[in-house]
Design a protein around this ligand. Structure first.
Ligand SMILES: C[S@@+](CC[C@H](N)C(=O)[O-])C[C@H]1O[C@@H](n2cnc3c(N)ncnc32)[C@H](O)[C@@H]1O
Length: 294
């Protein structure tokens, strides 16, 4: 890790790089093709050894999600905050599931559907541009639901889990991977921190981080019984580091695409790395099951 960090060029990034209106996920996808792994995961990978490359760590993460959700061929998977749809397409291809994705970004929807077409998976997928609480699906439409680092943008956690619980069949599972505060009682203090405010502005999306304990509590109250939690904070530090290495490796092309987006991404990743290193931000995988199927 020290070696990787040592390879990141140090240069000052002006605070003006953080805009107040950037809709982060509508940024040209090419920026993210250069930044992320080949499956376009904009969420932490999983490093069993610590020296895996980004592609390998993201595949390990997606296989872990599949195991925790007990995905079987034909299962109906809901991906809330689906990004460019890379994780969903991997799961559709590798595990034979049918995936419905939800995003606020029309750019991501268009990108995901074109990618599905190229991979011969068009019939296995569906993507809607809508907000989480407006998901238009009938009750018990899904066997599994995942939130890969998207629920941070969605404040009413209890309502969201209640909606997802209604959409799951009894015994269906939900998987949440998210950055958390290290303790619930510090939330108000952390919300006022400068880095937090900058990231809020940079994304042009709501940021609503909670602790893992709070997340589980909201799941329980919504009828989702937690059965697994894993701390992947070290994995996130490695992921952020590898994203920064990619950012530097492709700096010229990224800056030509959008100087502003490049600077914003760089600053965001540095802030995220600093908050992880401080120990105040951590990352968890949490799985729960809709009760009533024993
Ligand atoms: C950090 S990206 C994660 C993408 C993807 N899950 C992955 O792992 O690559 C967050 C995603 O959440 C979506 N999102 C944010 N707020 C949302 C909301 N209220 N309803 C639905 N999706 C939302 C964004 O459009 C984006 O696709």
């Amino acid at each position: 890790m020290t070696n990787i960090l040592g390879r990141i060029r140090q240069h000052p990034v002006p605070t003006e790089a953080i805009g107040d209106s950037g809709v982060h996920y509508d940024t040209p996808p090419r920026m993210f093709e250069l930044l992320l792994d080949r499956n376009m995961n904009y969420s932490s990978g999983v490093y069993a050894r610590g020296d895996e490359d980004l592609d390998g760590a993201q595949i390990a993460k997606m296989d872990k999600v599949a195991a925790w959700l007990d995905l079987k061929p034909g299962a109906r998977l809901l991906d809330v905050g689906c990004g460019w749809f890379g994780p969903a397409l991997y799961l559709a291809e590798r595990y034979g599931v049918r995936v419905t994705g939800v995003t606020l970004s029309p750019v991501q929807r268009e990108y995901g559907l074109a990618w599905a077409e190229r991979r011969g998976l068009r019939d296995a997928v569906h993507i809607d541009v809508c907000s989480v609480l407006s998901m238009p699906y009938p009750a018990e439409s899904f066997d599994a639901t995942m939130f890969l680092e998207s629920i941070i943008h969605m404040p009413p956690k209890r309502q969201i889990f209640e909606r997802c619980c209604a959409l799951l069949r009894p015994g269906g599972r939900i998987f949440v991977q998210e950055s958390d505060y290290d303790r619930d009682s510090k939330r108000e203090k952390y919300l006022g921190d400068r880095g937090n405010r900058e990231v809020d502005q940079a994304f042009g999306y709501t940021m609503d981080m909670v602790s893992a304990g709070r997340m589980q509590l909201e799941m329980e109250e919504a009828g989702l019984v937690p059965y697994g939690l894993e701390n992947i904070s070290r994995d996130y530090v490695l992921t952020l580091t590898q994203w920064l290495v990619n950012l530097d490796a492709h700096a010229d092309e990224m800056r030509a695409l959008s100087e502003r987006a490049y600077l914003m991404l760089r600053r965001y990743l540095m802030i995220a790395l600093a908050t992880y290193r401080s120990g105040h931000t951590v990352c968890h995988m949490i799985t729960a099951e809709k009760s009533g199927n024993l």
